[in-house]
Design a protein around this ligand. Sequence first.
Ligand SMILES: *Cc1c(COP(=O)(O)O)cnc(C)c1O
Length: 382
Amino acid sequence: MKFGTKTIHAGQKPDPTTGAIMTPVYQTSTYIQSSPGQHSGFEYSRTGNPTRKVLEDNIAALENGKYGLCFGSGLAAIDAVIKLLKPGDEVISTNDLYGGTYRLFTKIFENYGIKFHFIGMENLSNIDNYINKNTKLIWAETPTNPMLNIIDIEMLATISKKHNLTLVVDNTFATPYIQKPLELGADIVMHSLTKYMGGHSDVVMGALICNSEEIAEKLFFIQNSCGAVPGPMDSFLVLRGIKTLHIRMERHCQNGEKIAGFLINHPKVEGVYWPGLKSHKNHNVAKKQMHGFGGMVSFDLKGNNLEDAKKVVENTKYFTLAESLGGVESLCGHPASMTHAAIPKNEREKTGVVDSLIRLSVGIEDIEDLIEDLDSSLSLLV
Ligand SMILES: *Cc1c(COP(=O)(O)O)cnc(C)c1O
């Protein structure tokens, strides 16, 4: 089955009792047992729910993985991964990272005795310096947020395997339409389904996908023991969103390319960060591992003035100023004061998150309207 067919059919078949084409919302917490311990596959909805199960199977199929698990949010999925570790264990993580992931690692899990090293991963020549006998896991986000750096997953997987580590890739920005980390050697793929996968800015949810039965069993044990599971209605909504993932992503990529091209020629713009640009520092790696370059575009302004950046994001009309990304509608954000406010200024500036940086989640509206919107907002700068 090819990708576009999988988005619509994988894991799903018409309901055998009623013939309903769409997966029903099994709004139930429990299931009948014919005799103690005898049931038809489901016993309690924290452990398993039929609507969630269909979604989990669908997502696993999209990533070409064997096992899928859904969680109440992307962060709940990340939380489950780090719970594979024990006090004393060490993690090497991308430094240009989703702000909430950074907060979870440093403000929650460091208290439980897990040590995190945050490093740039576009150049992997120094990663060996951080690997010791306590190192257990590598956490990578690519493209990174918000700088859209690209990390070579295949090369990272080689290093990870050599040292017997678990490589986890946050694939939220790319989605399996663009990039399939398991095929490139990752052990676990993580998603915030809240973003492109759900695609309509109406649900918060997360997922993990893997191929190893051993890892899947551990993750399932954590999912069931800790209980951060999504409800059936939300699972239904994400399943519905995924049915158009391939055509939405195609349009996100096209619009992203046109917006990047517009910005790069604009006199008020300093730098444009989009992996499809030939001038992007990791463009060759992006070309190798990605099928399309996505709809996330970041840029900063000449003069690097905070007030200028505020003026731009406050005056767009289709690019709504809001957290989040990946929906059909265009959004804009100011990472330094929004998504990345939890990261200290000197830390964030090291990775390029300067005061004038603006991050766009380019939606699937008509491109002429989107360009006109940005053009008129940028024209307010003197
Ligand atoms: C949003 C996001 C998360 C966290 O997911 P939630 O669903 O908000 O909990 C993690 N990683 C990336 C790259 C994200 O964009």
